[in-house]
Design a protein around this ligand. Sequence first.
Ligand code: DQQ
Length: 554
Amino acid sequence: VDHGVGIRPAYHFLPAKNWQNDPNGPMYHKGVYHLFYQYNPLGAMWGTGNLSWGHSVSRDLVNWVALHTALDPTAPFDANGCWSGSATVLPSGVPALLYTGIDAHKVQVQNVAFPKNPADPFLREWVKPTYNPVILHPADVPGDSFRDPSTAWIGSDGMWRIAVAAKVGGPMGIASALVYRSKELRRWKRNASPLYTSRAAIMVECPDLFPVVRPDTEEGRLDYASIAATGAVRHVLKLSVMNTTQDYYAVGRYDDTADTFTPQEDVERNMDDCRTWRRIDYGHVYASKSFFDAGKNRRVLWAWANESDSQADDIARGWSGVQTVPRKVWLDGDGKQLRQWPIEEIETLRRKQVISLLGAQVNAGGINEIVGAGAQADVEAVFEIPSLEEAESFDPIWLLDPQKLCAEKGACARGGVGPFGLLAMASSDLREYTSVFFRVFKYNQKYKVLMCTDLTRSTTRANVYKPSYGGFVDMDIEEHKRSISLRTLIDHSMVESFGGGGRTCITARVYPKHVEKSNSHMYLFNNGTGVVKVSRLEAWKLATATVNAVPRGS
Ligand code: DQQ
């Protein structure tokens, strides 16, 4: 029995086999993109340690060649695992990797590694200097809660800085992003004040600090977070919170003298509790990490999408864990939120356009097939709502939990304006489908847009996690001519959606049963009381990318 039939992604990044989790050290170096990742060479489970850094290279961020593991747990300072970390391209052009080692005593320490031969275009071999570890866990941080060094940046005094996640002050400590400073990445000194703390979060992981500018302002080279936070430049701090397994971010100001990050004020959010911040993705991703792509002067983010079926299923299939498509990220014109969009290179996989139409409509209760889109597709739709009169009224209690609201008001629950959107990975009898949709509510003389990916009908298989994911789309729908866009990338078990031009992203893993024997269908649907216009609809079948040179599982 081939357990992976129809499920293995065809253009998302995953190794040939085995377990992967966090993206590590993404970088652009002399025309080559590198992606490292948490990897278990021994099987399809996370295991009890002993993780390596898998390593692949690419010229286009779409097709990847697998190299040997870059870091393996071979030294006393990483004997029990090479955990997450980041790459920093030094001004000399030579990159360095900073990562967490689980040492021989199972204590977390920070290490550095350099390319053995910096002239090798693929940087195949990495050396770990014997002077490692470069940072030991401080006395006020438990040895199991000190990890994930960020990409280094240069402060106003010319010194390097990194952020390291830590739980400060004993077992019930305070989640902190500590800052360490160094002249040469070898001798590090901890700053007295952390970059940011959040008592409520307890422990954070994989901190990422980066500068952003609005697209309507002049773009600088946003490679280091050192760029003075003046004028159009803002900073984003992303933290992965362990106890919710979600990635949160805030736009704010990084003070490059004090090395502190202050989130911008925002009603509805408590800046001291990073679990109330905006989310990188309202679906199933974790441990995201971005890098500056000097080749195209853009910031690109990766994130890990864990499996949502059982570990036994993963082991039977022989692989587990997918990366999202690389996403370009920038600051929205509102100055408060990020926008994310699949890098343009993904469009090179668009082989066959299955539909292109303008000015269609989906009637109330209607469903229209997008013929031929299948299980490897890229769909872009712009929905226009002729009248917002029918919008249901919004209860402010829902602000706290959009996911719960999506669970209460699924695709089948008739609404006023919406639910309307897509049914993807659908079986021909519609016993299985994954719905991605919007619903518009009336709220405070304005409108509130909810986006959901509902997995409750995604598979008839047992032992699969099938929630209804949800997030609000922070946009004024009236100012946008009562229009809202949806782009969804479908890749077998990945359904990755970008709502409102990338303001709200929802990534889901799905395991439909019908794909073992038959094709998948896609539909537009509208379960509201009024007509929804589809002012633009384009869909393509996507080609299979060469990802780590393995034949597909099906
Ligand atoms: N995964 C790594 C850690 C990190 C966690 C270990 C986040 O370094 O904190 O695989 O998923």
